[in-house]
Every structure is written in structure tokens, then in C-alpha cells.
Ligand binder design. Structure first.
Ligand SMILES: Nc1ncnc2c1ncn2[C@@H]1O[C@H](COP(=O)(O)OP(=O)(O)OP(=O)(O)O)[C@@H](O)[C@H]1O
Length: 256
């Protein structure tokens, strides 16, 4: 039975007259990997920005877990269970892997500044919980051997995995990944695809990702949504989308 975690209805977004997203509607099922594909400028990143509250849709609405998302800000979206990574990983390059992953919990702290400054028990208990969650996520993504390394000294593929760890440590219900494999070699892409699939399979995380590598999209996703100039031109399982004449004409047949 259908169990959508995300439902977009007639969502539109413009930038100073330029319509980046046109009356877009689709649903994402709980626990699936949904890939957003389409040429440069199709509106994919703008859409992720609406989903985690960086932008607000001009028209239409988005429901997350049965509740309408209204002008939510990124911090509130994170606390509601919507995690995000960005196209260009913005890690703290001078800090250790462990501290970067711990930073992924900063928005989830329930202790007040006073409790923190005074080192009160609630603060200490939370700090212990956060550290345990960070260690667990490092183990889950096979990053424990890199735990104390400074991020800037690590290979690119590992840095992108640290970025994934930072987003996963808070156990988001919905994780938005903006080109998690951009710039990676084949081996790094295979490793990243394995960890993304593990987040779905072992943690039940729903994932919406932007990806340009069609081979990766077809093998990793359960559902593909194709955008072109802000309009939806395809929506379905990977095999159906791959063979859809409208998608081939708009995207798959073009060099990109
Ligand atoms: N902040 C902004 N201000 C003005 N125009 C913007 C802004 N962000 C995006 N756009 C425009 O909106 C359209 C959609 O851009 P968007 O970045 O969402 O596409 P995309 O599919 O993610 O592209 P890419 O694959 O290149 O990342 C483009 O025409 C882009 O130039």
C-alpha cells in the first residue's frame, strides 16, 4: 500500500520572473531512494532548497509525513527530521572527522546555553548521547579508522562520506543529497552507492538525491523523477523512465 512521506502538489518557484519550477507534483514513498535527474538548470537544487526550507514555494504545497510544511527554516526542517547535504561539501576542514560528525548534531541540542556553560547534568547526558551517536555513525559508514584524522588531509571520496555521516548522525527520516557522487571516481561512487543503500535498508531512511550519472541512478534508485526547465517530464521506476520517449527526448538522448 502506498505510504508517501513526501507529497508535492503544484509547487512553483520563480526567481525575479524566471520560473525555476512549474506546477510540480509528485510523491516519495517512505523508505525509498528517489533520484531527481534533468539537465543543468532544470530546477533540481531549487527543489531541494524548498524541501528543507532554504526557499519558500510561491505556489502549491508540500506535505511531509502527513503535515503541511509551511515556511519552515532549515534548522526547524532538520529538527523535524529532514537532513541535507550540499553539492559542495562544507566540512570543517581543519577539524577531525569525529568533530565534523558531532557538528551534525548541533541543531538538535536541547540544552540551554546556561546549562551548557555550567556543565549541568542534562548537558553532560546529552554530550554523552551525541558522542555515542557520532561513534555509531562512524562505524556504520566504515569511517572509524579515520576518526581522528583532520578532514583536509583525507581523499575526496572519504571527505564526501564524512559529509554523509554528518547528515546521517541525527537519524533524519528524510535525507536530501545534492550530487553526493559529483567528482568521484568509479570506485568511490560504488562505495558511496553502497552506503546510501545501507541507510535505506538498515535505517529505513527515505532518500531524495540529485545525480547526473545515469548508471548510478538506474542501479541505486527505486523511483526516478525527471525535470526539464522546471517541469516534470518523467516519474516512475527506473526501467519505465529509461524507456519513456518523453524522457529520452528531454534528457537521456541529449549530451549532458
Ligand atoms: N538564487 C537564485 N537566483 C536566481 N536564479 C536562480 C537561483 N537559483 C537558481 N536559479 C535559476 O533557477 C534555475 C534552476 O536552477 P537549479 O540550480 O535549481 O537547477 P539544477 O537542476 O539544480 O541545475 P544543476 O544541475 O546545474 O545544479 C536556473 O535557471 C538557475 O539559473
Amino acid at each position: 500500500m502506498a505510504d508517501p512521506i513526501l507529497e508535492l502538489s503544484d509547487v512553483s518557484l520563480s526567481f525575479k520572473g524566471l520560473k525555476a519550477i512549474h506546477a510540480l507534483s509528485f510523491s516519495v514513498e517512505r523508505g525509498e531512494i528517489c533520484a531527481l535527474i534533468g539537465p543543468n538548470g532544470a530546477g533540481k537544487s531549487s527543489l531541494l532548497n524548498i524541501l528543507n526550507g532554504v526557499y519558500r514555494a510561491d505556489e502549491g504545497h508540500v506535505a511531509f509525513d502527513g503535515e503541511r510544511l509551511r515556511s519552515i527554516r532549515p534548522g526547524a526542517a532538520a529538527r523535524r527530521g529532514i537532513g541535507r547535504t550540499f553539492q559542495h561539501a562544507a566540512l570543517f576542514s581543519g577539524l577531525s572527522v569525529f568533530d565534523n560528525v558531532l557538528a551534525g548534531l548541533a541543531r538538535h541540542s536541547r540544552t540551554t546555553l546556561v546549562e551548557h556553560a555550567l556543565g549541568l547534568p542534562r548537558d553532560a547526558a546529552e554530550a554523552r548521547r551525541f558522542r555515542a551517536a557520532a561513534e555509531e555513525t562512524l562505524g556504520f559508514l566504515e569511517l572509524t579508522p579515520y576518526r581522528d584524522r583532520i578532514v583536509a588531509t583525507l581523499p575526496y571520496g572519504i571527505q564526501k562520506r564524512v559529509d554523509l555521516a554528518r547528515a546521517l548522525v541525527a537519524r533524519p527520516t528524510l535525507l536530501l543529497l545534492d550530487e553526493p557522487m559529483a567528482g568521484m571516481n568509479g570506485e568511490e561512487k560504488r562505495a558511496m552507492a553502497r552506503f546510501i543503500a545501507a541507510a535505506r535498508d538498515e535505517r529505513g531512511t527515505t532518500i531524495v538525491l540529485i545525480e547526473h550519472d545515469i548508471g548510478v541512478v538506474m542501479s541505486l534508485s527505486d523511483h526516478v523523477v525527471v525535470l526539464d526547465y522546471g517541469r516534470k517530464v518523467g516519474d516512475g521506476p527506473p526501467d519505465a523512465v529509461r524507456n519513456d520517449p518523453a524522457v529520452i527526448a528531454a534528457y537521456l538522448g541529449k549530451p549532458h
